[in-house]
Design a protein around this ligand. Structure first.
Ligand code: HEM
Length: 201
């Protein structure tokens, strides 16, 4: 259900693209809207475990994997739109962009970090890698989110408040995972051992 809901904005973007509802700069709008959703859903994925721990609402864990995978779908669409529609597959220009413009470099590294996470999001991958290795790999979601925020921060020209809000949320979530206050930690230790969902972010 959460997975379907997370795809609604994509359908909405597709609808706007088909009906001319993207404004005067449709390509820019496509890039920005897919990028915004990629980062927002990435932050939602990160927030699931801390929110579950604080509220004790364990069923929330069920949304983490689908929302994480859909965040990657947006990130990939964002990249594909940039390559195919914004740059018309001008590969040498794209490579130059990735190497020379820091905000594009950060976006590219973010996508590279998210790719193995999406590729190992199935239960089969968790069994194959083993829980410990899998969890270690999936810690990459934190540097990915931080770099995604940096990408956002570097590209905004005027109002830096939105990326700063994202930065504050990601840092707060990271701190909660690294150094949980004692009551939360005890609760987490108990519920984690019974956690049915394989993904951990
Ligand atoms: C190679 C990978 C990527 C490239 C080439 C890329 C490129 C771009 C470009 C050209 C823009 C628009 C800049 C402007 O309007 O001036 C943009 C915006 C954005 N991108 Fe990326 N990006 C990449 C990966 C990512 C990833 C992985 C995320 C998130 C997880 C992301 C999140 C965003 C956000 C949040 C925005 C701004 C949206 C807004 O203005 O509301 N990007 N990106």
């Amino acid at each position: 259900m959460a997975g379907v809901l997370a795809l609604v904005p994509l359908a909405n973007i597709g609808w706007d693209a088909a009906t001319g509802g993207l404004g005067v700069e449709p390509v820019e709008a496509l890039v920005r809207r897919t990028g915004w959703w990629a980062l927002t859903l990435l932050v939602v994925t990160l927030a699931v475990t801390p929110v579950r721990r604080v509220t004790g609402w364990n069923r929330l864990i069920q949304i983490r994997r689908p929302v994480g995978v859909i965040s990657f779908v947006y990130a990939l669409s964002h990249f594909v739109i940039y390559v195919a529609i914004k740059q018309w597959f001008a590969l040498s220009f794209i490579i130059e962009d990735i190497l020379e413009r820091p905000f594009i470099t950060a976006g590219f590294i973010t996508l590279c970090l998210l790719t193995p996470l999406a590729a190992t999001s199935t239960r089969k991958s968790i069994r194959r890698l083993g829980g410990k290795k899998w969890r270690r790999l999936h810690w990459l979601i934190y540097p990915a989110a931080l770099l995604g925020v940096l990408h956002y921060f570097w590209l905004v020209k005027a109002d830096t408040r939105p990326p700063l809000v994202y930065a504050a949320i990601v840092i707060a979530l990271l701190m909660m995972r690294l150094d949980l206050p004692a009551p939360f930690a005890r609760k987490a230790a108990r519920s984690d051992s019974a956690e049915p969902a394989p993904s951990r972010s």
